[in-house]
Design a protein. Structure first.
Length: 726
């Protein structure tokens, strides 16, 4: 887009623009005419301003006058590259690995940088006693150029404003770039240009998503906000539909045959992509052979195809409240690769010989074929584990019909549950941390409207599957890792001590503490903390804060172990239908089983980083969809009084999490009428100036819905009173 020539504003300060121009080409000299030409200013007043600003910058030694009227950048140690971390108050921080602390960036110093942009910045006062500040000199790379917002169409132009509090500007849309958008539509726009003298960036509408507040509009807006595709391109779908998904005798002969061994799946009731199964048999020596069988996605997903490229770009399936956006087209995810019962399926397996102490005596990895005898839901399997009975009533059955298990299946589930409990106990003894955070789930009607809220908890049937999947993931990673060959690991570094001390400050208010003696004592005390808060008012708050104190697990070729699981080696092998790193692991494992030499670490590190980035975006979209559904649910409960827990305290108010549905909303301090409350920064609390009453983290309060904004995904609450009952 051609830049417009824009007249300067009165008293315009060109300092930032000058620094940017000179820093971009630091070895070249510039005079005021060259700078004016680059900035496309032509009036005398603006040129005089540039001359004046050049002299001021030179006097402050930010630039140097190499010849009379010719200037050059002073590239000193005060210039850094890093990222912009915006706040919701139009200020920001400059984050740089080379600096000890994040540096404050006033709004006037952002110079068109947006949240998470990679920038070059100049840091002032770094060596003085004054607070350091940074100024953006150059934007090196935009984090994103596509945004979702509501369009306001005027006579000759339009503006799009987003609900993101960290996006401080709207986007100007010329009339010829509306792409059919009408006033008030939710749209996806791309930012194409930001002229030097313009207050807002210029953009165009890429897609009209619908009207604000409509269910599909808001769900598609969440996906578009994070750049997550919903539909597959036609060429990808066509390619997938042409794949030969038949089971052939020729292929069977290349595989270890498990079709006559008892095999079953345990999954959520509504799951359609069943990517893991377990087989069980008692060996002649009295030990047990347990097979962890994973859908052989790589048999169908060939490298270098348009399908593989699309799967890599997506890198993960996205699980929103009311739908799944799959990594693979349905012909693979729900059909050919899904381990549906009573059907021959190609699998990639980790098979273990295990004794009664859950010790691994032998292991084998390779391609297999299975035929599942039965599909269980977690509820079915849980009933069998709890009752130790073969008769499963209709209300507990996955099929809603009563059935009776044969004795072999009953004994298999009970024995695998016993072994899983030993594996879990051993993990905890080795320092693993048990994060069993309660998941919020919604009961939806046919229109995808939330009509109820329930909580999903981890039970023995979940742990049974979890432990054997962890075992397979760990042993596959260990098998390759000990060969010192390039591999894709799932790594989790030790938690940051500062974050743990901050957690200690919060939990001490509830009478809990962390033992900082050593790594083992930290993990033991964290487990004790998570156990102690179960069923208490502060449970969800403490669970959330404890998770936030942890480092983020990522994919990497650099194996630093997995702190949270207490494993020296760990990878993701068990979910290739929904995670691309597992596809990479399958390919590498087979390549090394075939005798291949170590592959390029650089190539696979780049792929690992991409998969991590996509996973983070998917998780953000999933959280947004839960938040959206919570607010939608609360819209219908505006007259209801709720008991909640104070989950956050800020300068502008308190956040309250409602106990019965985990919805979180904001109470603004100015609207608490019972007293004049002042924020106490030291104890993260509000203190009433008349009554001396304290509102702090963990206190129970009664609230009502003030407003529920679906577009902004924002819930505002009225404060009613504190809960004074013991």
């Amino acid at each position: 887009m051609k830049k417009r020539k824009i007249k300067s504003k009165k008293g315009k300060d060109f300092s930032a623009d000058i620094l940017k121009i000179l820093a971009k080409d630091s070895k070249k000299n510039f005079n005021y005419k060259q700078i004016a030409a680059i900035l496309e200013v032509e009036d005398t007043k603006s040129r005089n301003e540039i001359i004046k600003d050049l002299k001021v910058l030179a006097a402050n030694k930010l630039i140097t006058e190499v010849e009379r009227g010719k200037y050059q950048a002073v590239i000193s140690k005060d210039y850094y590259e890093g990222y912009i971390d915006m706040t919701s108050r139009k200020t920001a921080y400059f984050v740089c690995e080379d600096l000890e602390d994040d540096v404050f960036v006033p709004f006037v110093n952002l110079n068109k940088a947006l949240h998470n942009d990679k920038v070059r910045a100049y840091v002032y006062n770094r060596r003085s006693n004054r607070r350091p500040e940074a100024e953006v000199i150059e934007i090196l790379q935009r984090d994103k150029t596509e945004f979702v917002g509501v369009i306001d169409v005027q006579k000759n132009f339009a503006f799009v404003s987003t609900a993101n509090p960290k996006m401080y500007t709207d986007i100007f849309i010329p009339k010829n770039q509306l792409n059919g958008a009408e006033n008030g539509d939710v749209v996806l726009v791309t930012m194409e240009d930001w002229p030097a003298r313009a207050d807002s960036p210029f953009g165009k509408v890429l897609k009209v998503l619908g009207k604000p507040g409509e269910h599909n509009t808001e769900i598609h807006a969440i996906l578009a906000e994070y750049g997550l595709p919903y539909d597959f391109p036609i060429e990808v779908q066509t390619f997938a539909n042409k794949i030969d998904t038949s089971i052939t005798e020729e292929e069977i002969k290349k595989r270890r045959d498990f079709r006559n061994i008892l095999t079953f799946t345990i999954d959520p009731k509504d799951a359609k992509d069943l990517d893991d199964a377990l087989s069980f048999q008692v060996l002649e020596n009295g030990n047990y052979e347990i097979g962890v069988h994973i859908a052989d996605v790589t048999h169908y997903l060939e490298e270098g195809t348009v399908l593989d490229e699309e799967a890599f770009n997506r890198a993960t399936s996205v699980y929103l409240v009311d739908r799944v956006v799959p990594m693979l087209p349905e012909v693979l995810s729900n059909d050919a690769c899904s381990l549906n019962p009573n059907t021959d399926k190609y699998t990639f397996s980790a098979v273990f010989e295990i004794n009664n102490k859950a010790e691994i005596l032998n292991q084998w990895f390779g391609r297999t074929i299975i035929n599942c005898d039965r599909r269980f839901a977690y509820e079915d399997a849980q009933y069998v584990i709890e009752t130790k009975q073969a008769e499963v009533p209709a209300e507990k059955s996955f099929t809603d019909q009563a059935y009776t298990l044969d004795d072999a299946s009953l004994q298999a589930i009970l024995k695998m549950d016993a072994l899983a409990k030993i594996l879990r106990r051993n993990r905890m003894a080795n320092g693993a941390i048990s994060f069993d955070k309660v998941e919020v789930k919604f009961q939806l009607n046919e229109q995808a409207e939330p009509v109820g809220v329930y909580f999903k908890e981890q039970k023995d049937s979940n742990h049974l599957i979890e432990e054997f999947m962890l075992l397979a993931n760990r042993k596959v990673a260990e098998f390759i890792g000990k060969q010192k060959k390039t591999f894709v690991y799932r790594v989790h570094e030790e938690p940051n001590e500062d974050k743990l001390f901050a957690l200690q400050g919060v939990i001490s208010k509830f009478g809990h503490k962390i033992n900082f003696k050593d790594r083992k004592s930290i993990s033991d005390s964290l487990n004790q903390l998570l156990e102690d808060v179960k069923g208490k008012k502060e449970q969800n708050l403490v669970d959330t804060l404890a998770i936030r104190a942890m480092s983020k697990a990522i994919y990497s070729t650099n194996n630093v172990g997995h702190y949270g699981l207490a494993f020296d080696y760990y990878s993701h092998f068990t979910s290739p239908i929904r995670r691309y790193p597992d596809v990479l692991v399958h390919r590498l494992l087979q390549y090394y089983l075939d005798g291949g030499k170590s592959v390029s670490e650089e190539v696979f590190e780049e792929k690992s980083a991409h998969c991590t980035d996509r996973e983070i975006l998917a998780a953000q979209a999933e959280r947004d969809s839960v938040k959206y559904m919570q607010i939608k649910y609360m819209q219908d409960h505006k007259d209801q009084e709720f008991l909640g827990v104070i989950s956050g305290v800020t300068e502008w108010g308190i956040y309250v999490e409602i106990i019965e549905n985990k919805c979180e909303g904001m109470v603004r301090v100015r609207e608490i009428k019972e007293d004049y409350y002042v924020f106490d920064e030291q104890q993260y609390a509000y203190v009433g100036q008349v009554t001396k009453n304290v509102l702090q983290l963990g206190d129970e309060v009664y609230v009502k819905v003030k407003s529920a904004d679906l577009v902004k995904k924002q819930l505002d609450l009225w404060y009613l009173r504190q809960n004074t009952k013991e």
